[in-house]
Design a protein around this ligand. Structure first.
Ligand code: HPA
Length: 273
């Protein structure tokens, strides 16, 4: 178990760097969407590698740093690059940044990811508002002794994705003419893409999108009392739907192509928060 003192030391280092700036909203950006961090005004960038006890990411397309500053009038911390379990991090390590942000005073987390569309009505390039998730793998960050200073042993997940924030997201998407699907995100550990049989199973279970991130962070955020809003960008139809192989390149290309729409939606949501 990571000692609570490590989180405190990481937070203390950042507090010193931030000189009085205190973020309210944490944004974690997925594959291809990391550029959104470049829009932060009066940015203070801190590479993960510089922060005591912090682990950092290795995936192409992920920068591995925090950008603190102002976006649409809100005080934000942007994580450019997240830690995935397939890189070898434990679930506890993968959510380290979320917990450090809690200690800095963050109360809301907005997460984005790239995912495969399981729902046959979805199309690549469309954004899905995450209404709920399915986690069938034993990879929760809450395994082990419970850290009461973050939250309770058995946290409620019945409204993991804030109904109020989802309503705001729906309204904002409608106002700015962005098509928004809404559905269930199912976690797969990766790094291999799913098999067609796994995707059929996921659909039968009620999943609309598949992806390799987000759920550990959401569990940690809910455990420590943050409000959560999540989006999944469909970068491809999930395995077996089309007769073609899945590639990371496709994920990055659709991510890049959808950046403008995604940024517009996110900025409008931030403005209304
Ligand atoms: N499956 C899992 N993760 C993904 C996918 C997918 O099809 N596309 C982008 N991330």
């Amino acid at each position: 178990m990571i000692p609570f003192a490590h989180y405190e030391q990481s937070a203390a280092y950042l507090r010193e760097k931030l000189g009085g700036f205190q973020p309210d909203i944490l944004l974690i950006l997925g594959s291809g969407l990391g550029d959104f961090g470049e829009r932060v005004e009066a940015p203070i960038s801190v590479p993960y590698a510089e922060i005591p006890h912090f682990r950092y990411s290795t995936v192409p397309g992920h920068k591995g740093r925090f950008v603190f500053g102002s976006l649409a009038g809100k005080k934000v911390a942007v994580m450019q690059g997240r830690l995935h379990l397939y890189e070898g991090w434990s679930p506890e390590e993968a959510v380290y940044g979320v917990r450090v942000m809690k200690l800095l005073g963050v109360s809301t987390m907005i997460v984005t990811n790239a995912g495969g569309a399981i729902n046959l009505d979805y199309k690549p390039g469309q954004i899905m508002l995450i209404s709920d998730h399915i986690l069938l793998f034993p990879v929760t960050p809450l395994t082990g002794p419970n850290e009461e200073r973050f939250g309770t042993r058995f946290p409620d997940m019945s409204k993991a994705y804030s109904p109020a924030l989802r309503q705001l997201a729906r309204q904002t998407a409608a106002d700015c003419g962005v098509h928004l699907n809404e559905g269930v995100y199912m976690y797969f550990p990766g790094p291999q893409f799913e098999t067609p049989a796994e995707i059929r199973a996921a659909r039968a279970l009620g999943a609309d999108a598949a992806g390799m991130s987000t759920v550990p962070e959401v569990i940690a955020a809910r455990h420590c009392g943050m409000e959560v809003l999540g989006f999944s960008l469909a970068t491809n139809m999930a395995a077996g739907i089309l007769d073609q192989p899945l590639t990371h390149r496709e994920v990055m290309e659709i991510g890049a192509a959808s950046k403008a729409v995604f940024s517009k939606l996110m900025l409008e949501i931030l403005r209304k928060l």
